[in-house]
Design a protein around this ligand. Sequence first.
Ligand SMILES: Nc1nc2c(ncn2[C@@H]2O[C@H](COP(=O)(O)OP(=O)(O)OP(=O)(O)O)[C@@H](O)[C@H]2O)c(=O)[nH]1
Ligand SMILES: [Mg+2]
Length: 344
Amino acid sequence: METVGRSLTDAVRKLLRMPNVDEKAIKELVKDLQRTLLQADVNVELVLQLSKAVEDRSLKEQLPPGITRREHVVKVLYEEMTKFVGQDPAKIEVQPGLFRKLMLGGIQGTGKTTSSVKLARFFQKRGLRVGIVGADTYRPGALEQLRQLAARVEIPVYGEPGNKKPEDIAKHGLEHYRKEKTDLVIIDTAGRHRNERDLMDEMKRIASNVKPDEIVLAIDATIGQQAITQARAFHEATPVGSVLLTKMDGSAKGGGALSAVAATGSKVKFIGTGERVEDLEQFVPTDFVGRLLGMGDLNALLEKVKEAEVQVPEAKVKQFMEGRFTLKDMYDQMENLRKMGPLR
Ligand SMILES: Nc1nc2c(ncn2[C@@H]2O[C@H](COP(=O)(O)OP(=O)(O)OP(=O)(O)O)[C@@H](O)[C@H]2O)c(=O)[nH]1
Ligand SMILES: [Mg+2]
């Protein structure tokens, strides 16, 4: 993702440096955008949709007062990119005192076990009592792997080495943690099955037994736009609440995975950014895109646009036309005028 970020930042800087932001400049920005996204394995259709939206809006939309074409283009790019990687930052609702259950699913090797510990650590740091259930009965040593990872951050793991029924282990684990007054239980499941059908069936079975508040699907970002197939398959089998994209570090294809998942309407809530337990980030599309576009100063710009877009209510306009103007109206006018920058 670093490379993507660098080229996008460069493209924006180039635009900002151009003496005149005209149609040609906008087309050039769009071309840079396309090149970068295609390199990040973003689906061609999606790239075309995005670049068309950026181009059309940049060229056709009326500029809010006090905003230059240049600023407007950056704002459009930011907005469209944000939509592209997913809308609102939907947080996982957890609270001390609420007994919440998250279940992790996903195919073999995507990073479920690592991610369960990362998630547990994430919420532990936010003051919750967290416990993990190891419900992988397939992979030899799965429970041991989980215990070792979790021990480093002192998170308890519930497991039953001899038991071959994951749904039973999960149920017992929940009973155990309920007694312990745990706030959040994370269930790690297996990914190693003979085929996809078996995996989906097992997910369904565990889910119907433990009734998780949210099923978190772990998808490996290094598969790029193919993530769409996995997201769809799981969606059809169980109601997936959110996606955790793992291995976003060092994957040139992260953009492809991210946009593909967003296109299915699934919400990415977390991204894995390394092998360590601490390498997990909450995914907030607006922040993420801001960073990709290299916009430390983007916030200042967006703020300015927002303020300039303050609309005068229609009733006020009518009053004006009828010649009614109070002291309060004058005050509001002065305030609004100030928002547009120095009077000079
Ligand atoms: N670089 C990187 N590696 C990761 C990340 N998440 C997981 N891994 C690595 O991916 C490998 C597989 O991770 P696991 O957590 O065992 O995956 P799993 O889905 O539980 O695997 P199965 O239980 O066999 O299905 C391990 O070597 C992890 O260290 C990540 O965000 N970044
Ligand atoms: Mg595992």
